[in-house]
Design a protein around this ligand. Sequence first.
Ligand code: FAD
Length: 327
Amino acid sequence: MGQSIVVVAEARNGKLRQVSLEALHLVRAARTSPDDRICAVLVGHSLAEAAERLRACVDGTTYVVDDARLAAYNPEAYAAAVRSALGGERPDFVALGHTALGRDLAPALAAWLDAGQLSDVVALEGAGDALAYVRPLYAGKLLETRRFAPGAAARVVTVRPSNLPPAEPLASPGRLEAVVYAPPDDLRAVVKDVIRQAAGRLDLTEARIIVSGGRGVRSADGFKPLRELAAVLGAAVGASRAACDAGYCEYALQIGQTGKVVTPELYIACGISGAIQHLAGMSRSRVIVAINKDPEAPIFKVADYGIVGDLFEIVPLLTEEFKKLLA
Ligand code: FAD
């Protein structure tokens, strides 16, 4: 009998998060035998579209726990929903996105399964029994490669968004199964309301392009040209901690060791010096462009392209040129 492998997927605003397909890529690589069964669990509310997209990539069953009471993430309720979706089966392997939800839920599932957990995986080496997981340490200064001990009872892995390729749809995917949610009797917390600072903003951790501002933008208004460039590129806007501390933007935009970790295809750093704590959050971006008036700024050491100059002159020029190119 093969392993029972489960991806705990995530939806946001009714859409499947890309990282769930990346977790699915990981579990496909973790298969050790054709008898291994991969299934998925999706918990939340208004999940029809996300569930269909997920199902298309899963060969086993996709369990969907869709209930208005699960619209906001609640650790106890979500863990209970995952357990009940699996109908008492204890999986051998669980993978989730290394998102705010995944980081919270994974240890609860690992405790339930008495499993070892590897978090924040950014790359894989080998496959099957020989599969090894690469993860950053010390704010990205080092990468370590880990394997689970042979015969480990159960394993839980979280995957950093935008590092592994997403799983492709299958020719003959499995079926969807709707699971009725029964809230646990002993729920200790109930989420009454979630107040979002900005609706409809692109998620930084999954953005393909990020235009990011630092102390060099000088004011909240200084972010305006960055937002204009981002709008033309379909990019998200990020920031350094100094820009957040100075009140130029909200902390939700902070990238770095104590902010969000991002891996876009293109990261445009404007007026950011390149402190190690900022690099910890963005140095794995595929292409880094730095705009800084100080030619000695450390950001130029990690940048693929550097522009020495005043961001208030350069960013509007870029916006105009991209407008023409993308028209
Ligand atoms: P500065 O270092 O002040 O750099 C501003 C840059 O803008 C300069 O290089 C300057 O030449 C340039 N500039 C100024 N005007 C212009 C202009 N008109 N045009 C072009 N360039 C211009 N930081 C983070 O970002 N994220 C974190 O998560 C984070 N976590 C931290 C955790 C700890 C425990 C500590 C101690 C620090 C942390 N920091 C973090 C702070 C970090 O050390 C730096 O202080 C911060 O990243 C600096 O931000 P900055 O580059 O915007 O500002």
